[in-house]
Design a protein around this ligand. Structure first.
Ligand code: MG
Length: 265
């Protein structure tokens, strides 16, 4: 990892340099580079899943609805009433973000205890195949991945989801949502265990990636993962999918791309 200054979320976006291109231009450029790479090598594109191809807020929404109906939440009537009025706009990256958007100040013991309780409830469910059915593919995401797949590149889904807890639901969703899957040149790299660090998992995919092709582009919503991949593969395009991300600091970076979605007019 570089020794560059680090920043978090909006500060990271503000401090980093992104090419001044619209979504359509970024996505078209990837197609152009895939074709160009094919002249001498075998192109490959890396795609994260959560908050990159898939909107995961509906998964959290469902879990919170179950929490307010559960015996666990009865000790926290004020928080429960607030959570009962939740809308999609309240849902952030973490439950802490979501509670904050609901106006539940965690410096108050009652609300921090409610948050701890809801978080434990959420953690038991969020990383579970049974709840992945609530995820929604971002508009245009499957069409885009199919388009580049048809150009002949390898598609590698590189995700922090773990095989034991989330493998089954992940595969079901890829098929359900029409992403290239169960076809030649499609790969899914899940963590072997829940406990493994996401960043370590992503960095350790380097040899697998090099063995299967030449990386043309990577897509990530998590700044630290994206910057780390850009340092390993400086010749590729690295696309920050600006949806929601954690508050983990990331080195300020240069020469990245940024999109908010996959809709192309
Ligand atoms: Mg992600």
């Amino acid at each position: 990892m570089s020794s560059k200054p680090t920043a978090v979320r909006h500060d990271w976006i503000r401090s980093s340099h992104f090419h001044d291109l619209q979504e359509t231009d970024v996505l078209n450029e990837i197609g152009r580079r895939i074709k160009k790479t094919q002249e001498t090598a075998h192109p490959l594109v890396l795609l994260d899943l959560d908050s990159t191809l898939y909107e995961v807020e509906p998964r959290t929404h469902q879990i919170l609805l179950e929490w307010i109906d559960s015996p666990q939440s009865t000790s926290f009537p004020i928080a429960r009433d607030k959570v009962a009025k939740i809308t999609r706009d309240h849902l952030g990256y973490s439950l802490k973000d979501t509670f904050s958007r609901l106006g539940l100040d965690l410096s108050f013991q009652e609300f921090s205890a409610a948050w701890e309780n809801a978080k434990a409830f959420w953690q038991e469910r969020f990383f579970n195949s049974d709840y992945l059915k609530h995820d929604i593919a971002y508009e245009g995401a499957a069409e885009f991945v199919n388009d580049i797949y048809k150009l002949g590149c390898e598609i590698v889904y590189l995700t922090g989801r773990d095989e034991p807890g989330m493998g089954r639901g992940t595969r079901q969703n890829l098929l359900r949502d029409g992403f290239p899957w169960e076809k030649p040149k499609t790969h899914l790299l899940l963590k072997p265990t829940f406990e493994m660090d996401d960043l370590l998992h992503k960095k350790s995919a380097e040899n697998y990636i090099r063995k299967h092709g030449t990386l043309v582009a990577s897509f990530e919503n998590e700044p630290l993962n994206l910057v780390s991949l850009s340092e390993i593969f400086p010749e590729a395009m690295h696309i920050f999918v600006d949806t929601i991300c954690s508050d983990r600091p990331a080195p300020v970076a240069q020469g990245l791309y940024r999109i908010k979605g996959y809709i192309r007019p």
